[in-house]
Design a protein around this ligand. Sequence first.
Ligand code: THU
Length: 134
Amino acid sequence: MAVSEETWTRLIDAALAASRNAHAPYSGFHVGAALLTTDDEIIVGCNVENATFGATVCAERTALGTAVVRGIHDFVALAVITPADHPVAPCGICRQVLAEFCDDLPILMVTESGQRLHVTLEELLPHRFTSKDF
Ligand code: THU
């Protein structure tokens, strides 16, 4: 399903609002994510850092976890916003977790200053390991 410009704008606005709640006292890098569901709902996440560093959870995964808690497993698109000076891609762990639920997914990486880069999950994680492999 093609995602309209208006929908991407809604996702970016939601991701930006979510990023304001990021718990990022260590990196100072506030990330927001917004998932569009097949029911046209938007589910957001922000990064939640931890003093152990290793227990940090990215914005993409908090959004996915929130969706799963609500029984939602089907997604149409993802927008991720960061304060970086270039669009930032989801980390490897988030790519794998997204692949648990999505065969493919249009992803928009956007900076707070408005730079945008469209990619797909297939582009970010080709030849992935999934439940179909065992
Ligand atoms: N982070 C995300 O939330 N998503 C990404 O795609 C990349 C990194 C967070 C994790 C950590 O809180 C901070 O950005 C710096 O790595």
